[in-house]
Each structure stands twice: as structure tokens, then as C-alpha cells.
Design a protein around this ligand. Structure first.
Ligand SMILES: *Cc1c(COP(=O)(O)O)cnc(C)c1O
Length: 395
């Protein structure tokens, strides 16, 4: 089968081609490429979608995390708790800002930060927790917010892989205290929901092309309900300046440009259906692998929807994963490893003193996990072909 890809952006583009071209032509005609109307509009559209007071568009998910950390009252050497098994951004920007990343192990079922490990890692110097909602499913935020409240910590959610996922607060009705926030909830059967990234003090996301909501270059956004933090972050993203040529703080040049905002304005109305397509593909895979004892399909936790930024299978051993990957490569099926090496074993973070054995779950999962094609354009034929190739390998 031709043209199997991990992500198929070209086929997705074909469905929105006309709307996109029209919108991009307008941007070029207006030629307000920075801070244009499209950016303002996207900010409002995303605020409405997320149900959050403030969205601050910026240049990437990495810079969203950097700006969030810069906006908090932190001092050099303060500690930031980060999952050991995630993309590098949060740890990288913490180091750039003179903060100390403190890695913690993950939950063996869902691969997200383990709240018990977080609490064990809290010290006098801990100031921030940065949970990653990995592969499109939320961290146990009730537990994280409880720890944050207990020790007076900030929570920055890394929602780069989970834009549109729902965190399910609780069923029934009443008031729920999560960290410093009180939520009224009243619900029938589905539970009260909040969007991933809107539960902690600050949420960050990325519009890197392959993300669930991707633009056609780099882009990112920060969200918060806190007016003061929002004002600070807006300032930092724009050279530390509110008024031109007047600087209140040292900041960054980190803006979403109008071309990217136009793409996002066209795509945002499709985000829920894009995520539903991913969920349908995941359900197909689940059914296909049900009798395949050698593989473990992704676990769904009760407190979150899963929007499958990635669909990751767990093999029994590193050797078996390698053999499977080789077999699939021969049949034209791409696979990827997210992530092949935990952060504490990376050279960049060697100065922190991490060694083999520090985080057994993260080390073990990194050896056995494998991602198979997952995107919005997978046809039934492609899904059948991919899953048959995988099942055949084990038979
Ligand atoms: C993609 C990603 C980032 C970084 O986003 P960029 O826009 O590429 O800078 C950060 N964290 C996680 C978990 C990601 O998946």
C-alpha cells in the first residue's frame, strides 16, 4: 500500500483547500503579517473553544512553556517537577532560565506523570509542577492540584499533545476544590468537564504541524484564567513591552504570525471532528489487537478523554519491538518511538546526576513502546492493512 505516513497533512489539506486559499489571500492582501486581525480573532476563537479567560498566542509550544515560567515569581535554582518521559521542552526552558528540572517517574498504565512520585519529589525549593498530558490524555489533575495546594506550588500544564481533550472533574453535583480554584459542578451522567490546559494556573499548547491542531509552521499558545498572569505573559511575549519602545521587563519576540493564525482559524472549527477521527482510528486498532496477547493497547483512564495525538502500543520486550518495527518497515508501514530515551539519561541533563535505575517505569516503557500511524485521514483500507500486518507478525 502506497503513501502510508505517521501523519498525512497533505490529504487533510485537500478538504479545506478552498477555505484556506481564500483566507490566506486575504491576509496577503491586508499585509498585516504581525499582530493582524487573524491573530486577534484566533485568540478569541480559542478562548471561546477552551472556556478560558485569556489566550496568549505565541511562537511555539516551547516558548509558551518558557513564557509561562518567566511570568512566575521564581528565583535561580528553584525546582520544577517534570515527567521523565516527555518531550524535552519544559526541561530545556527550565535550564535556560536557571531553574532546576526535577524529573519524576510515570504511571505504568497511562505513561503520564505519577502523582505519588510528584509528592515524593517535593523539596523546600520546589515551586512548579509541569504535567504533560501525554499522547492526548490528561494527567490525574485532581491529584496534581491537591499536591500543588498542599505545598503552595504553581501548575503549568503541557497540553501540546492534548488540545481538545476533556478532563472529567467529577460526577454528581456540588462544589469541587482543586488547588486554589473552586468549581461548581452539576451534571447528569457525563461528569463536569474542563478542557486540557485550563485546570492549572497556566496551560501551554503547540500548533506544530503534526499536533492535533497544527498550523503550517511553528506556533503556540498559553491559556490562563488569571488576569495578572495573562498581562505579564502578554508583555513577555512581546519584548516585555506594553507600549511600543517602553519596556517593563525583559521579554522575548514570541508571536504567532497572521498567516499561521489564518490557518488555525480555518482549522479550529474542525478540531472536534479531527479528534473524533483519531478516536475512531484508535477504536479500530483496539478491536484489531484484542486477541493479540503480545501487545498492550493504550489504557484509557476514567478522568480524561483520549484524543490520540499518538496511538502507542507496548511490546513485551525491546527485541520484540525491534523485530516488529523491522517487519512493518518491510511492508511499508512507518512507526516511531516516542520516546526512545528518558530525559534523565540524556546528555543535556547529565549535570543533574541522573543514572540508570533512577526511574524504572520510564526506562522500561521507553524500551517497549511503539507508535503506529495515527492521523485524521486514515481510511478503513489503510487501517485494515496496518493492523493485519501487525497481527500477522505475531501469528
Ligand atoms: C510538541 C511538544 C512541545 C513543543 O512544541 P513546539 O511547538 O514544537 O515548540 C512541548 N511539549 C510537548 C509534550 C510536545 O509534544
Amino acid at each position: 500500500m502506497k503513501n502510508l505516513q505517521m501523519v498525512d497533512l497533505r490529504s487533510q489539506y485537500k478538504h479545506i483547500r478552498r477555505k484556506l486559499r481564500k483566507r490566506l489571500r486575504k491576509v496577503i492582501k491586508e499585509s498585516a503579517f504581525i499582530n493582524g486581525n487573524e491573530v486577534k480573532l484566533f485568540q478569541q476563537n480559542l478562548e471561546q473553544y477552551l472556556g478560558v479567560r485569556h489566550v496568549i498566542p505565541c511562537a511555539s509550544g516551547t516558548e509558551a512553556l518558557q513564557i509561562a515560567l518567566m511570568a512566575l515569581p521564581l528565583e535561580e535554582g528553584d525546582e520544577v517537577i517534570i515527567p521523565d518521559f516527555t518531550f524535552v521542552s519544559a526541561a530545556e526552558v527550565a535550564c535556560l532560565l536557571g531553574l532546576r528540572p526535577v524529573f519524576v517517574d510515570i504511571d505504568p498504565q497511562t505513561f503520564v506523570m505519577d502523582p505519588a512520585a510528584v509528592e515524593r519529589a517535593v523539596t523546600e525549593r520546589t515551586r512548579v509542577i509541569v504535567p504533560t498530558h501525554l499522547f492526548g490524555q490528561c494527567t490525574n489533575m485532581a491529584a496534581i492540584m491537591e499536591i500543588a495546594e498542599k505545598y503552595g506550588l504553581y501548575v503549568i500544564e503541557d497540553a501540546c499533545q492534548s488540545l481538545g481533550a476533556d478532563y472529567i472533574l467529577r460526577e454528581g453535583s456540588g462544589q469541587l476544590q482543586m488547588g486554589p480554584f473552586t468549581y461548581d459542578y452539576r451534571c447528569a451522567d457525563k461528569g463536569v468537564r474542563k478542557k486540557a490546559g485550563t485546570i492549572g494556573h497556566i496551560g501551554c499548547t503547540s500548533f506544530f504541524p503534526s499536533k492535533n491542531l497544527g498550523c503550517y509552521g511553528d506556533g503556540g499558545a498559553i491559556f490562563t484564567d488569571d488576569d495578572d498572569l495573562a498581562a505579564r505573559m502578554r508583555q513577555i511575549a512581546n519584548h516585555g513591552s506594553e507600549k511600543r519602545y517602553s519596556y517593563q521587563t525583559t521579554g522575548l519576540n514570541s508571536r504567532l504570525d497572521s498567516v499561521q493564525a489564518a490557518v488555525l482559524n480555518v482549522k479550529l472549527p474542525y478540531l472536534n471532528s479531527y479528534n473524533a477521527r483519531r478516536q475512531e482510528a484508535a477504536a479500530f486498532y483496539d478491536r484489531a489487537f484484542i486477541s493479540c496477547m503480545q501487545l498492550k493497547v493504550p489504557v484509557r483512564c476514567p478522568y480524561s478523554t483520549h484524543i490520540f495525538h499518538q496511538y502507542c502500543l507496548l511490546c513485551r520486550s525491546e527485541q520484540e519491538r525491534k523485530a516488529l518495527q523491522f517487519h512493518l518497515q518491510k511492508t511499508g508501514i512507518p512507526t516511531k518511538i516516542y520516546y526512545p530515551k528518558p530525559l534523565h539519561l540524556q546528555e543535556a541533563f547529565r549535570f543533574l546526576g541522573g543514572k540508570v535505575g533512577d526511574f524504572p517505569v520510564s526506562e522500561d516503557i521507553s524500551k517497549r513502546i511503539i507508535a503506529i500511524p495515527m492521523h485524521t485521514e486514515l481510511s478503513q483500507k489503510q487501517l485494515r492493512y496496518i493492523s493485519a500486518a501487525i497481527v500477522n507478525f505475531f501469528n
